[in-house]
Structures are given as C-alpha cells and as structure tokens.
Design a protein around this ligand. Sequence first.
Ligand code: UD1
Length: 419
Amino acid sequence: MDKLIIQGGHELHGEVQIAGAKNAALPLMAASVLVHGTTELSNIPRLVDVRTMGRVLENLGLVIERDEDAGRLSLNATNLNSDTAPYELVKTMRASFYALGALIGRLGKAKVSLPGGCAWGPRPVDIHLKGLEAMGVTIDLDEGYVIADASRIHGAHFVLSFPSVGATVNLLLVAATIPEETVLDNVAREPEVTALVRMLQQMGATIEGTGSSTLRIVGTRDLKPIKQKVIADRIEAGTYLAAVGMAGGEITLKGAEPEHLTMVIAKAVEAGLHITVTAEGIRVRRNGELRPVDVETAVYPGFATDMQAQWIALMSVANGSSFVTDTIYTDRFTHVAELIRLGAKVTMKENVAKIQGPATLKGAPVMSTDLRASACLVLAGLAAKGETHISRIYHLDRGYERLEEKLRNVGAVIERQSE
Ligand code: UD1
C-alpha cells in the first residue's frame, strides 16, 4: 500500500489546474446508460472512482473507451445486457447506486445492491426508494438487493423529505425517461446535480427549474446520446485553497468556478485569506495570521460537508478558537483523532468540533480513514514541522487527481512511497 511523506513548512506558489468534478462525472456516466449510441464526456478526472464506475457500467454491457491523458470517455450503451449491479461492485463506491435510476430509466427494471454504510456511519437510501415508488415503481428488498419493476411507471409529484444529492440524481435519471410530467420538490441544488439536469436537457428531456429546488420534468423514451464537458471540481479547488491557508504563499486555482465556491470563499476571506477572481480562475494568497471562523455544513449553497475536514485542519492553525459543525453527516469526524496526533487541539461534542488555535503542528505517522479525512491530513502535513507519513492513501486516489504532483509543482515537498 502506498503512503505519502510530507516535509512541512514550505510555502506554495504557482498554479494548480483544477480537474473535472468526480461528483459530476459519476452521474453523467450513469446517464449514458439511458441511451442507445455513444455518449462522449470530456474533462473527466483521472480517479479510481471513475474507473470503478466504468467497471459497474461495463458489467451492464456498456462498451467504454478511455483516453485518460486527454480526460475523455466514450460510453456506448447500445448493447446493454444486464439489469444487475452486484454487491461486489456497489460496496466499493456509493455512487454505483446511480445504476438503479439508470437501469430503471433504460430497461424498466433493475436489481442493484444496497450500498451499505461507510467509514463515517450509515447512509440511507429511503428517499431514493420512496421517490421511485411515487413514480409507480415496485420496489422489493431481497438479500441486500433492491429489485425494481417499473412496468407501471408514471409521472408523479414527489417532495423529497431532505434535498439528498444521491436521491435527486436517481430520480432525475428515471423521470427523464417518463413521457409524462414529474415534479420533484425540495431537490438538491448542488452544481453537480445541475450539471446532470443540463445533460438530460441536451439529451432531449424537458426540464424546468434548473438550479432551483423544484424541477418539472417531462421525459422522453427517445433520449439522444450527446457530448458533455464535466464541470470543475469545487471540492478539489476548496482543498487547494485551504492548502494555501495552511502552508502560506499564493496560488492560482486554474479553471476553478468561483460561483460554486461562494460560501468557502466568503469563509476564507473572513479567515484573512486574500482571494481574487481572475479570468483564469481563483487566486488565493495568505500573508499573516488566520482568524478563527466557525462553519456549519449545509446543503448547497451552504458550506459543503466535503470541505468540513479540510476546514478543521485550517482552523487548527488559526489564531483563536472556532467551532465546526457537520449537520449533513454527523459522524464524519474520523480525521480529528489523527489531527490531534499532529498536534491540533480539537475536542468533539456530538457533531461539533471545537478547535483551539493556533496549534504548532508537528509531523507524525497518521492514517487516512476516508477521502476528505485524507485531504485534511495532507493539509496538516503541509503546515507541520518535520515529516508526516500518511498511510492508506488509496482513499485520496479515489477523489484527488495526481495530488502529490500538483502540490509538488507549487513547492510542497511531498512524495509517494510504496510500502
Ligand atoms: C453528500 C453530500 C454531497 C457530497 C457527498 C459525499 C450534501 C447534501 N450532500 O451526498 O455534497 O459530495 O455526501 O461526501 O451535502 N439521506 C437520507 N435518505 C436518503 C438519502 C440521504 O436520510 O435516501 C440523508 C443522508 O444520510 C445525509 C443527507 O440525507 O444525512 C444527505 O444525503 P445525500 O445528499 O444523498 O448524500 P450524498 O449523495 O452522499
């Protein structure tokens, strides 16, 4: 297993090219199942999760051509020959559960393994299933599988009890194929959801309310294959922004989309970072001390749960105490114990972390527990005195493209070592 070794204390200067968003690429890949013919996706990030999704889709019969260097994927779903997404594939990545909506949309039936929990607790799918049932899909749960029969599918008006990203994606994939009106209320408004809405519109579905909490969809059985570019990864951009906050220096996040980062930028400015929106993306500079700033995660456009761990790392070196609350995933704090090993002063009370800064971080061996937790440890390693060894970094490879190369290019001293 690979590990990362970081020599902390080096400022970051230069440019980081922000990759396509993993969380946008995966639903767009799932949407390719809906059509006969070849869907072409560009700005695809080179990530393990993208490859895993590719395997899920190939297992259904899709023919996929990859040009990883060019960031292109072409997915041909003409010879779809299976309605099953097995446990072995779905358990490795929750987004595989998008196969449910995609298969129902294309075939009118599906057998998809329940995704199960993950490192930070259970992640239910009740809203996905209730929404499908509202559209007339019969759902049976058998031996860990969702078995869906959509032979009596129809348009519906469904109010999501919480604006879940995953449920919104699955329900959109189905609604886009029903030639009747479906109204989805209280949907997620994350940019990755909007990217899927735009793709489905181009494929031929009529969808009103793009970017709002209510989507009116009139689908069609005759969706067309299209070309689509994946939007920039706002979480990757936010992570590098926090890296400058921790290590100091000035970098340009090339291709970052400031509109998708409004809350992170506002909080970063409050903390004392200098942020300029340029034609190329976002420039971030730190000079001087950081101020403590509280955050509470919320659905978009609120502060993303995917930035919570990185913010705790940043606040550990701010000049005073702050509180970070996760309201989306209340158990998502496995990084805190590892950060404490690096010298951060953090105490937990339920879903609230109290961070007492400024801590003098010191390198130590630490272990990654999930994707964003790993990113948080990398950030802390950049600021820590001495050498930080981060093991189990396969989590990082799921969601950060060539992380150590990008950091090295801006002056970090970081290397990957095979154990
Ligand atoms: C969430 C984040 C997303 C992030 C992803 C990975 C939000 C709103 N979503 O998406 O930005 O990229 O984690 O870290 O911040 N829920 C139910 N029943 C369901 C579905 C969800 O109770 O059927 C609950 C979840 O337990 C959670 C909340 O709703 O508390 C958000 O769920 P959802 O948006 O679906 O989560 P992800 O798709 O995992």
